[in-house]
Design a protein around this ligand. Sequence first.
Ligand SMILES: Nc1ncnc2c1ncn2[C@@H]1O[C@H](COP(=O)(O)OP(=O)(O)O)[C@@H](O)[C@H]1O
Ligand SMILES: [Mg+2]
Length: 233
Amino acid sequence: MGTVVDKTGSIIEVKGVTKQVHDASGVLTILHEISFRLAARESVAIVGASGSGKSTLLSILAGLDVPSAGQVRLAGIDLFSLDEDARAAVRGEHVGFVFQSFQLMGHLTALENVMLPLELRGERDARRMATEMLQRVGLGARLGHFPKLLSGGEQQRVALARAFVVRPALLLADEPTGSLDHATGEAVMQLMLELNREVGTTLVLVTHDVGIAARCDRQIRLVAGRMQVEAEA
Ligand SMILES: Nc1ncnc2c1ncn2[C@@H]1O[C@H](COP(=O)(O)OP(=O)(O)O)[C@@H](O)[C@H]1O
Ligand SMILES: [Mg+2]
């Protein structure tokens, strides 16, 4: 699905996204009028201090959280004009995720974890495709391993294989190396950038690591929910 774009050539367009929450002390604005667009295959790093709104923005891009104002168009579809079921269907077709905490299914083997999203799409060649993707991430000898028998770096490589095997148009990654040691995190990130190019996915990556952020095409810095464009390639 890596080539699904709207008529402007953008895979995702974010316009004036604002998120407010209400609590006992009043209204808290978590995101202020965030706007950007990303072309197919582009990679962007979202950087900023803890609490600056990075995860909230990613949830909105995925259609998992709803903005208070503004629009997100994904592959030309206005996400928040849809009901929740239709939004989930768009997400299932176009969006992949990688999380800090891997989020593998503990009762499934590495191979079964990677087959799962293919089977949900009715893909008949799931076993072969999942096997090839696990070989691609260097885990061809770990197909039958359960997650608890894999190292953190290996688990994250399974999660990358699971995310990329359906060739999503958009991949969202929230601090995917945050629970790995530096060297392992570097290797996982290198692999993610390679897969991003091979599969033609658009990548939105939340990271604290300035070195990793610098390897993306663009950086967007959030400061207390406001956007500062750092650099454009
Ligand atoms: N549902 C919510 N209700 C109230 N406050 C929230 C909610 N979700 C997030 N926040 C607050 O919004 C801010 C941004 O959170 P988050 O997006 O998780 O930041 P980051 O990922 O950059 O650390 C934080 O101050 C957080 O406490
Ligand atoms: Mg976060």
